[in-house]
Design a protein around this ligand. Structure first.
Ligand code: SF4
Length: 167
């Protein structure tokens, strides 16, 4: 979870971008590389052992005062692997309550496939000394994955990014 960087483009462009990301994540080697980055995040976090009280507060962006930003490839990964397709109504409802369309009660409905920002964010104060650097390093790896496979890179707010896929 971090500060603003960019916004999705206009609707026709968004359609094209979303289509390109879906095609890219359908390639096994691309999906495996992204999963390897997520696995690296898991190892790094496990070695540091931050506390998570599973309160779900961090998924309520308005209440906590932050935003979740993701890459296009990550959004395509979550969308194609989610058991339930996200709808515009769910995104609108999530915006209205200030949260995430995948939050179910206090839990994440896409825990195993959630984006990097969700993986590295902990409200545990002990995490503040390392989570920014870890996030930046792994985000650079995801960007490099885009570049190595000629996948156009975007980094945008989570709900706005999801909307690009249902436009
Ligand atoms: S994807 Fe999961 S962890 Fe991330 S904000 Fe949504 S509910 Fe929370």
């Amino acid at each position: 979870m971090t500060s603003a960087r960019s916004n999705p483009d206009d609707a026709p462009r968004a359609d094209a971008l979303a289509g390109a990301w879906l095609a890219a994540i359908a390639r096994d080697e691309v999906a495996r590389e992204l999963e390897a980055i997520y696995a690296c995040a898991a190892r790094e976090i496990e070695s540091r052992g931050p506390a998570c009280w599973a309160s779900g507060r961090c998924c309520n962006f308005e209440r906590v005062g932050h935003r979740l930003y993701v890459t296009g490839l990550e959004a395509a990964y979550a969308i194609t692997r989610s058991a339930h397709p996200v709808t515009r109504g769910q995104i609108d409802a999530a915006r209205a309550r200030g949260g995430c369309p995948f939050q179910e009660q206090n839990l994440c409905g896409i825990h195993t496939i959630k984006p990097l920002g969700c993986r590295v964010y902990f409200c545990d104060r002990t995490a503040q000394s390392w989570q920014h650097d870890l996030s930046e390093r792994l985000l650079a790896d995801i960007r490099a994955l885009h570049e190595a496979n000629a996948i156009e890179y975007r980094y945008a707010e989570w709900r706005a990014m999801l909307e690009m896929f249902i436009a």
